[in-house]
Design a protein around this ligand. Structure first.
Ligand code: AVJ
Length: 316
């Protein structure tokens, strides 16, 4: 008789293993950016937002501090705020205070994260009805009954839309429109196209934090997928791809190598890269066209004096 299995190897997320194996089996190696954000990756990203070279977070936060009153005046007042990806506990209070609506619906794929940020907010806004919704907002979702018939203001800060290729961003904007309904508004942050002299350091900082953030993906693969990738033989690379108007993050092999992932053997040659993230940038007209393709019309836009980042209010 066979002994019952007592092996307690941490079971890998099947979607993660599928994406990683597909990457190494393909000649064009790429891994979806969402896998960068495990606990260590999320902490490193948090550190990135405080770097002197990384202008987006502080620029957007300043715009929100300054212009949320105008967002309310341009039709946002009194609406239920629906936040897509409820991470940004520092940004949301500015909007909630200005809009003065009765309802807040934070949406996130991670239930734990959602409950933490929702309860933190509920403490600061005792009058606000908070309705956390666990789900994947890339698809249309059914909002809680409590906000049925209440006008809605979607909130999608952080230039998160920049992570997506054009086709996926349009799908997402259409899903948001379907989730919230016609007559809804959307406040979205988008990073502007600017000189690579500003962009590259923002994604390749002097302290090497962004490099650590990128390399953490390989460490995660080693940890969770029983792999032996020689992390020390990879270098972080940030490139401006002008024809796609995006910053690309890659991990570049510094030597020929072979390694194993989940029992399968792979090789990479010196100079080959793994593409790990895109960060698309949008000029003023690009942003409007993207929104229109997704079913939204821009009503107003606020930018910083350098025009580095835009906060855009649109309606469905
Ligand atoms: C979280 C997608 C907005 O693209 O600027 C920052 C991610 N990656 N530095 C961005 C990121 C490296 C960030 N977003």
């Amino acid at each position: 008789m066979e002994a019952p299995s007592t092996v307690s190897r941490t079971s890998a997320d099947p979607a993660f293993s599928a994406d990683v194996l597909a990457c190494f089996r393909s000649p064009r190696r790429a891994i979806p950016a969402r896998w960068l954000y495990d606990l260590a990756g999320s902490e490193l990203f948090e550190a990135i937002t405080n770097l002197p070279e990384y202008y987006p977070t502080r620029t957007e936060t300043a715009l929100l501090e300054r212009y949320c009153g105008e967002v309310a005046a341009h039709g946002g007042a009194g609406r239920a705020v629906v936040e897509f990806g409820s991470g940004s506990s520092v940004k949301t209070p500015h909007l909630l205070r200005a809009v003065q609506g009765e309802h807040y619906v934070p949406i996130d794929i991670s239930g734990d994260f959602l409950r933490d940020s929702a309860s933190a907010l509920a403490a600061d806004f005792p009058e606000l009805a908070v309705h956390p919704l666990e789900g994947d907002f890339m698809r249309p979702l059914k909002l809680p009954d409590a906000v049925a018939g209440v006008p809605k203001l979607g909130f999608f800060p952080g230039s998160t839309i920049g992570n997506m290729v054009a086709r996926s961003s349009v799908d997402l904007l259409r899903s948001m429109r379907e989730t919230m309904g016609e007559g809804s508004m959307l406040l979205i942050g988008m990073d502007r196209i600017k000189s690579p002299d500003i962009l590259i350091p923002a994604y390749d900082d002097a302290q090497g934090v962004t490099g650590e953030f990128n390399l953490n993906l390989l460490r995660r693969i080693n940890r969770e997928l029983d792999a032996d990738i020689p992390v020390e033989h990879f270098a972080h690379v940030a490139r401006w791809n002008d024809s796609y108007a995006r910053i690309e993050m890659h991990l570049e092999a510094q030597a020929d190598m072979t390694f194993e992932v989940l029992g399968e053997r792979f090789s990479m040659a010196e100079g080959e890269t793994i593409h790990t993230e895109n960060s698309h940038k949008y000029g003023p007209r690009d942003a409007r066209l993207l929104l229109r393709a997704g079913g939204w019309t821009m009503c107003h836009e606020w930018t910083d004096p350098d025009d580095w980042f835009a906060l855009i209010l649109a309606e469905a």
